[in-house]
Design a protein around this ligand. Structure first.
Ligand SMILES: NC(=O)C1=CN([C@@H]2O[C@H](COP(=O)(O)OP(=O)(O)OC[C@H]3O[C@@H](n4cnc5c(N)ncnc54)[C@H](O)[C@@H]3O)[C@@H](O)[C@H]2O)C=CC1
Ligand SMILES: CC(C)CC(=O)C(=O)O
Length: 364
């Protein structure tokens, strides 16, 4: 990998490799853009096939956070961390404390939170070493805790906005919704959907997760490879990224794709294909912003009511995305990028301004 070529292509600011032999920490912090403020984005712990794959994931996810935070109206830039390892086997407290010290060393340029493979308890360990962490346990005054339930609420709201665009009504009653991955976000999402009278089809590589959704929400279970082609109104990808690709595209029967996963399009051309097929795609970083809106609220001392109110922006943002998409006849992912870039470009001249302010945005 020609690192500076890759960073130059999408104008990344910084890539930091962190190694701590004693704890086994191997972390990659990618900071994409701090035009709007310090970079906020979660820490993912995952087993990667190669170090290159881990760097690519960190970079891609960090860019997604720049656009997510901009579209959500947050005064925050985009960054993300990946820790290489198996979250079920390779964690230890020292690893997260060592990682916390690396974050502290960045002096506020990057603030972390949970993502796949990390928990509120991990954030609490990081918090022993640095203030630049969110999503810490609510027993610390002003802390927001696990962001997943609020992400789910945002996806639910975004799904309703997208249903209105596709079906003329935002009611999900009677809609058949196929959910890929029933983890932290999707389980809470399924509860909203079930309560509104939707019929659920679910899959997961974890059998217990599937069982829970079947038992509690009367969901029908299918195998992980079957989910793309099931007869449904809405497909909700809530596992990992790149699931809209050459293999899955011809299988989709849904009229809407709306789920929580980050980086759902394997490549931009797959978003173009959805547009041509008449499938309405809710751009991932717009619909899944609930979690980051929630943890960002913690920066000023968390208030749940205020945070949930702010998550309401997801519904109206998606209405705006669909308006731009129709007006300019562009795929929805392009419309979302235009919306986010408008905000970033307007602030471009004050790039990295947060570092020269007397006070950091964090004022817990
Ligand atoms: N947790 C949050 O607040 C946010 C999460 N997201 C994204 O939403 C997605 C889900 O996040 P979480 O629910 O927190 O993660 P999670 O790890 O709790 O859930 C993911 C689920 O997907 C399942 N899974 C993995 N590969 C699969 C496959 N090939 N087929 C079927 N199931 C599979 C896993 O077994 C797990 O149950 C991730 O892409 C994450 O980056 C985005 C924004 C915020
Ligand atoms: C999980 C969130 C708190 C932040 C994040 O990394 C995301 O939205 O993907």
């Amino acid at each position: 990998m020609e690192i500076f070529n890759v960073m130059g292509k999408y104008d990344y600011e910084q890539l930091i490799l962190c190694q701590d032999k004693a704890s086994g920490l191997k972390a990659i912090i990618a900071i994409h853009d701090t035009t709007l403020g310090p970079a906020l984005g979660g820490t993912r712990m995952w087993t990667y096939d190669s170090e290159e794959a881990a760097i690519e994931d960190a970079l891609r996810l960090a860019k997604g956070m720049t656009y997510k935070n901009a579209a959500a109206g947050l005064d925050l830039g985009g960054g993300k961390t990946v820790i290489i390892g198996d979250p079920r086997k390779d964690k230890n407290p020292e690893m997260f404390r060592a990682f916390g010290r690396y974050i502290q060393g960045l002096g506020g340029r990057y603030i972390t939170a949970e993502d796949v493979g990390t928990t509120t308890e991990d954030m609490d360990l990081i918090h022993l070493e640095t203030e630049y962490v969110t999503g810490i346990s609510p027993n610390t005054p002003g802390a927001a805790g696990n962001p997943s339930p609020v992400t789910a609420y945002g996806v639910y709201q975004g799904m309703k906005a997208t249903a209105k665009e596709a079906f003329g009504s935002d009611s999900l009653e009677g809609k058949i919704i196929a959910v890929q991955g029933v983890g932290n976000v999707a389980y809470a999402l399924c509860e909203y959907l079930h309560n509104e009278g939707a019929e659920l089809i679910v899959t997961d590589i974890n059998e217990d997760s599937v069982k829970r959704a079947v038992e509690n929400f009367g969901a029908k279970a299918v195998g992980p490879n079957e989910i793309y082609g099931v007869d449904c109104d809405i497909f909700a990808p809530c596992a990992l990224g790149a699931i809209i690709n050459d293999e899955t595209l011809p299988q989709f029967k849904a009229k809407v794709i709306a789920g929580s996963a980050n980086n759902q399009l394997a490549e931009d051309r797959h978003g173009d294909a959805l547009h041509e097929m008449g499938i309405i795609y809710a751009p991932d970083y717009v619909i899944n912003a609930g979690g980051v809106i929630n943890v960002a609220d913690e920066l000023a001392g968390y208030n749940k009511e205020r945070a949930l109110k702010k998550v309401g922006i997801i519904y109206s943002n998606l209405e705006r995305v669909y308006e731009i998409s129709k007006r300019d006849n562009v795929p929805t992912y392009v419309a979302a990028d235009r919306m986010a870039e408008e905000r970033i470009n307007a602030k471009r001249q004050s790039r990295s301004q947060f570092l020269t302010n007397e006070r950091h945005i964090l004022n817990r």
